[in-house]
Write a protein that binds this ligand. Sequence first.
Ligand code: FES
Length: 144
Amino acid sequence: MERKEFLSKLGIGFAAVCVGCGVAACGSSKSNDPTPDDNNNNNGDLFTVNLANELTTVGQSKVSNGVIVVRTAAGNSASSFTAVQVACTHQGTSINYNNAQGRFICPNHGSQFSTSGAVLVGPATAALKEYKVAVNGSTLTISA
Ligand code: FES
């Protein structure tokens, strides 16, 4: 009687432990799965430009999200555009694009930068950050 009672209690206890383990293991394997960010479709895109009605003329520029994008040539291909940070690397003044000279010029102290952001004339010593441009149909996308 005592042995049967002992085994009975042991069986119940064992079953309870196993059920507990099973639930814990099962719950742990599923509940600890991180949900991947599958909606990461922007890939660092900063903004888009509708080329049907913006940047239609060579030399035109647009500033958005700290970036200046310029049409440097005719045609809707990526090579017709350049995008760099708008803040001068000297003291942060917003640069402008000079189409006649084909370069960016800072109105504050006169630093000049190439279309890819390289320093051509100081006092700035650091290049402007260049951003990626891509054209899909009439949509120009600027990304980091
Ligand atoms: S802030 Fe641009 S040259 Fe000084």
